[in-house]
Design a binder for this molecule. Structure first.
Ligand SMILES: NC(=O)c1ccc[n+]([C@@H]2O[C@H](COP(=O)([O-])OP(=O)(O)OC[C@H]3O[C@@H](n4cnc5c(N)ncnc54)[C@H](O)[C@@H]3O)[C@@H](O)[C@H]2O)c1
Length: 266
């Protein structure tokens, strides 16, 4: 028996910034499918959503893709309606969509602050708002938000809107867990740490003079386990939280970080 047999997952932000790479979203979509889930792959980027669904089908899973900006209520509602029309239920809401913008409060433009907040926290509100009534009617479900260790600690570089929005996401997680525990709806956040994903080549490589090896060495050295994580470490945690193995776990924020949040070294 596969761990997610008979379940349907809606994965928001199911793509990857690299059109040929593996990010946390498409790795998780595939990991869900490997455990038997049907997957709807939603992304603001049509090509990224399409590719994630193709990757799921290539593994023998059932998947469709849909274009949806998590900050847009109509598009989220459409993605939820498409999932219900195709599979008739939503057992897993996996909110992976997230963006960041370099800078502290002084350097951050108001429009950039607003967009990061819209995607990282309003998107979680909108998707929970659309999916929770469905989960209530079904008798339960698992909501997983992809937060970040940046929600609880300094990570070496200023990304103020990212830090603040992911911290808000943690508290949204806890409050949804409290309010909907009696509905058998669980809500947890995953906090990826220093992950070796294509995204870091866009966001932090410049801090290491564009030198990939220097970046990998420095980030690995900061971690007690002396290596960065990979997207499958994040995906595997999501599979656990999506499955009934975690049926008594709710309201948690779980670092997937090789121990880095236990140190001051980073
Ligand atoms: N990579 C890391 O080191 C790391 C560390 C901590 C947390 N995270 C979190 O993991 C998640 C995924 O990160 P990743 O590294 O795989 O990034 P990524 O950029 O490769 O993938 C993110 C996907 O989300 C999509 N997306 C962006 N804005 C969206 C929107 N408004 N609506 C719908 N989809 C949208 C993108 O098109 C992309 O396909 C993010 O929430 C990020 O904050 C990543």
């Amino acid at each position: 028996m596969k761990r997610l047999e008979g379940k349907t997952a809606l994965v928001l932000g199911a793509g990857c910034v690299d059109p040929e790479g593996w990010g946390n979203g498409n790795a998780t979509a595939v990991a869900f499918a490997r455990q038997g889930a049907n997957v709807v792959c939603a992304d603001v980027n049509e090509a990224a959503a399409r590719r994630a669904a193709e990757q799921v089908r290539a593994e023998g899973g059932d998947a469709v893709h849909v274009v949806a900006d998590v900050a847009n209520k109509a598009q989220i509602d459409e993605a939820v309606a498409l999932t219900m029309g195709r599979f008739g239920r939503i057992d897993i809401l996996h909110n992976n969509a997230g963006i960041n913008q370099r800078g502290g409060v002084v350097e951050t433009e108001e429009a950039d602050w607003d967009r990061v907040m819209d995607v990282n926290i309003k998107g979680a509100y909108l998707s929970c708002k659309a999916v929770i009534p469905i989960m209530q009617a079904q008798g339960g479900g698992s909501i997983i938000h992809v937060s970040s260790i940046a929600s609880i600690t300094w990570t070496g570089h200023p990304f103020i809107s990212y830090h603040a929005s992911k911290a808000a996401l943690n508290q949204l997680t806890r409050m949804v867990a409290v309010q909907h525990g009696a509905d058998n709806i669980r809500c947890n956040s995953i906090l990826p740490g220093l992950i070796d994903s294509p995204r870091i080549h866009v966001t932090v490589l410049s801090f290491y003079d564009g030198d990939v090896e220097k970046m990998r060495k420095s980030r690995s050295a900061a971690v007690p386990m002396k290596r960065m994580g990979d997207v499958w470490d994040v995906a595997n945690a999501a599979v656990f939280l999506a499955s009934d193995e975690s049926k008594y776990i709710t309201g948690t924020v779980i670092p997937i970080d090789g121990g880095v949040t236990c140190t001051m070294a980073h």
